[in-house]
Design a binder for this molecule. Structure first.
Ligand code: SF4
Length: 472
């Protein structure tokens, strides 16, 4: 019987079995940012330790950076201190930093792949939950906490529980206006936000095989929102074509050798899985969350459920979600008024996301009452979008065009919701208060759906706007 990619990668990085039953796993790439690293570096300093593998460690700044101007010192003293600490730590410990003065700064999960640091067959760790993004390349990638950041800095290893593998096959073909974001929201809705606990998700099937790397990153990014410890797609020609020529990818003959090895890391045809499900890609429609976790979602033509529509154990959660969101059970999802539209984040802040959103807003204006932000995931994305004139498309439509950063994905920089504002967001979490206001509300959806909501001033079916713009 063959092996899954997870098993192959795990075995290759297995240092030893710990008395706890955990595996001491070697980490091939450690990505660091300003929020979860200061205490970890301080702990190293206190113990007089150095980095075990500084050449496998890279840093950037993303969570706290203002996106409406990046002049130092930042107005927010706490953000300035975090930035200064990262700069000092990187200097002292010999870590390359893609800081604000670098053309390669951006959200950690956007720049890793862009730079070719993320490669198939690797183990990757980063102090951010959405590190699962890197699984799109056939890597096994874990989000970790600050004490684990310290462990990886000091030893390049993590103590990990063994994982089961669930294969999720997405059959058929997605209709126009249905995106990777809709696929992952539909998966989380079906399996639940705890459904992946103890698992890695392997995404496969014709829909996934046809996806671009940007789309696979969106899919893997939200694995963690379904409770999975990691998510991945087997590496294939799409993966190799993306990596070719990237700054840290092998080049020349080394690239050809790497491709042969990367290919061998894919799950074998006769690999056994702990669980398997199929999803009908033909039947998927644009998805929107109506609640306070990413599993509480509905297709655009559905209605918001009420407590009586769900199992006993879920009733209180649904009632709580409806009360917080101010939505009525039985109300149509379409037509929910939005105040803010946010296009960005490590889920959907890549060039193809901006291209798709621009396709919707080109030749249109966003509704008068809507505040719209487009925040590229990295400086490279921003530059590439500007070369295509996308910034002008967004500005002419009434959006603000911002600098790269995490922005409104979470409340660690000046981009925040005010009061009860309702935000159509291309990010990954709709928890209470996630976007900075303790009463602010988040509706997760694809970037194209956010663009459509911004134009309509309310949640609407993006499929109605496709092909109806000004003709480009
Ligand atoms: S965009 Fe959001 S999820 Fe992604 S790295 Fe930034 S804060 Fe984390």
């Amino acid at each position: 019987m063959g092996s899954t990619l997870l098993q192959k990668v795990w075995d290759l990085h297995d240092v030893r079995r710990l008395p706890t039953g955990q595996t001491q796993l070697f980490i091939g790439l450690h990505l660091v940012h300003e929020v979860t690293s200061p205490q970890a570096f301080d702990m190293l300093r206190l113990r007089g330790q150095h980095l075990a593998f500084p050449d496998r460690t890279f840093a950037t700044v993303d969570h706290i950076v203002p996106t409406d101007g990046q002049l130092r010192p930042f107005a927010d003293d706490m953000a300035e201190q975090m930035m200064a600490a990262l700069e000092r730590n990187c200097r002292e410990f010999g870590v390359p930093l893609f800081g604000l003065d670098s053309d390669e700064q951006g959200i950690v999960h956007v720049i890793g792949p862009e730079l070719g640091l993320t490669q198939p067959g690797m183990t990757i760790a980063c102090g951010d939950s959405h590190t699962s993004t890197h699984g799109a390349f056939g890597a096994v990638a874990f989000g970790i906490g600050t004490s684990q950041v310290r462990d990886v800095l000091a030893s390049q290893c993590l103590a990990m529980e063994p994982l089961k593998v669930r294969r999720i096959l997405v059959d058929g073909r997605l209709a126009p206006g249905v995106y990777a974001k809709d696929v992952i929201l539909a998966i989380i809705r079906r399996l639940g936000v705890q459904g992946g606990v103890g698992f890695a998700y392997e995404y496969a099937g014709p829909v996934v095989e046809r996806m671009t790397m940007d789309e696979r990153m969106t899919l893997c990014n939200m694995s963690i929102e379904g409770g999975a410890r990691a998510g991945y797609v087997n590496p294939d020609d799409t993966t190799f074509a993306y990596l070719k020529g990237r700054r840290f990818a092998p080049s020349g003959e080394a690239f050809e050798r790497a491709v042969a090895w990367w290919r061998s890391m894919a799950s074998d045809a006769d690999a056994a899985y702990d669980h398997e499900i199929h999803l009908d890609g033909d039947a998927l429609r644009p998805m929107v969350t109506w609640g306070i976790n990413p599993g509480q979602s509905a297709a655009i033509d559905e209605r918001v459920p009420g407590p009586s529509d769900v199992a006993d154990g879920d009733r209180a959660g649904v009632a709580d979600a409806l009360a917080y969101m101010g939505l009525e059970a039985g109300a149509a999802v379409a037509g929910t008024k939005v105040d803010v539209a946010f296009i960005g984040s490590c889920t959907n802040g890549r060039l193809s996301d901006l291209q798709e959103a621009a396709r919707i807003v080109r030749g249109r204006r966003i509704a008068r009452h809507v505040r719209g932000l487009v925040v590229p995931g990295s400086k490279r994305v921003r530059d590439a979008a500007e070369r295509e004139g996308l910034h002008e498309v967004f500005r002419e439509a009434g959006f603000e065009w911002r600098e790269a950063g995490c922005s409104m994905c979470l409340a660690m920089n000046p981009d925040r919701l005010d009061g009860r504002e309702m935000c159509a967001s291309s990010s990954n979490r709709n928890f209470k208060g996630r976007q900075g206001s303790p009463t602010g509300r988040t509706l997760l959806m694809s970037p194209a759906m956010v663009a459509a909501a911004a134009v309509a001033g309310e949640v609407t079916d993006v499929r109605r706007m496709l092909g109806q713009g000004s003709g480009s």
